[in-house]
Design a protein around this ligand. Structure first.
Ligand SMILES: [Zn+2]
Length: 313
């Protein structure tokens, strides 16, 4: 069995970040802020966050700010709750949350809650349980959950629960591992995990492991490294992670590495990208792979960062 090519992955991420001055290139231009989060969190998990220029990244992030209080995916782009969370997460990594106008950012996020408790992603109003998670995660990191109606938010998420124990994007929507992560994460952060049938959901999630050891996102789909994150995090939060074969999943993730040039892909021999590199390393973190820092399954940030935010240590 191969080993994690950590040095190569660090080089790969740094090279991606440098291609046009800041974190971008293989990451589509309007998603640069997300790319920064994936890349920088990977570096931190590998103990190498110190190789980047913090001031340069922080000032670029601030320049993605919109007058509404939200952040766009890049300079001059429209704000969206998804990019706003990525900015908060990156600033949390650097212990730089104080550069934010926290009231303004949290007002922007809280303002996206709808009457039924759901959240829209931006002013255009698309509703999805992903946005419920993003809002709750973001406001929790900013210590501003009191700005939303948490009870209604939880009620909406619970209304998206299916008979198979999973969750969909809206009431009646098909269960999907990514969506399940968002709903379980939001329920975990708000102390509402009692709404989940843990055995039923745990069973559905464990069935995502296929012969190769990898995990898929729905029945009959191909395995993909990113589900190592969505599925494992959900299993950890509901205390059922011992139901999957950890060794086989480690082998699957390692088989998706480009051991020459660095980076991790969705499946063996596919092209690597920052997104799957992050989810591969984060998955290995959940599998307690040596040399990878622990990551929090709900906040998707290293455990030491989460501890600093909530316990000041
Ligand atoms: Zn994927």
């Amino acid at each position: 069995m191969g080993e994690l090519a950590a040095d190569k992955h660090v080089k790969y991420i740094v090279s991606v970040g440098k291609k046009k001055g800041s974190f971008e290139s293989v990451v589509i231009e309007h998603m640069r802020v997300n790319g920064a989060y994936w890349g920088l969190t990977t570096l931190d998990l590998l103990g190498m966050l110190h190789v980047v220029d913090v001031d340069e990244i922080v000032s670029w992030l601030i320049s993605c700010r919109h007058e509404s209080g939200g952040f766009g995916g890049n300079v001059g782009h429209d704000p969206h709750i998804m990019y706003t969370l990525s900015v908060v997460q990156v600033l949390a990594l650097f212990d730089k949350l104080d550069v934010l106008d926290i009231e303004k950012v949290s007002d922007y996020v809280a303002g996206l809650q709808n009457e039924d408790g759901s959240f829209s992603g931006d002013e255009w109003g698309e509703v999805d349980t992903r946005f419920s998670y993003i809002a709750i995660c973001c406001l929790s990191l900013l210590h501003r959950l009191n700005k939303i109606n948490v009870e209604k938010a939880v009620k909406y998420i619970v209304s998206c629960k299916n008979l198979d124990g999973g969750f969909g994007s809206t009431p009646g929507g098909e269960s999907h591992a990514g969506q399940i992560f968002c709903c379980v994460g939001a329920l975990a952060i708000t102390g509402s995990l009692h709404h989940i049938d843990k055995d039923l959901l745990g069973w559905w999630l464990c069935e995502r492991q296929v012969k190769s050891g990898g995990l898929n996102g729905r029945p009959e789909k191909l395995p993909d490294v990113c589900y190592s994150w969505w599925v494992l995090s959900s299993l950890i939060m509901i205390d059922r992670v011992h139901w999957i074969n950890k060794e086989k999943l480690v082998q699957y993730i390692l088989a998706c590495q480009d051991v020459e040039n660095g980076g991790i892909s969705d499946r063996p021999d596919d092209a690597v990208d920052v997104y799957h590199t992050f989810f591969g390393v984060a998955g290995l973190s959940h599998l307690e792979y040596p040399g990878v820092k622990a990551i929090d399954p709900a906040y998707a940030l290293p455990v030491d960062v989460v501890n600093r935010i909530f316990f000041g240590r």
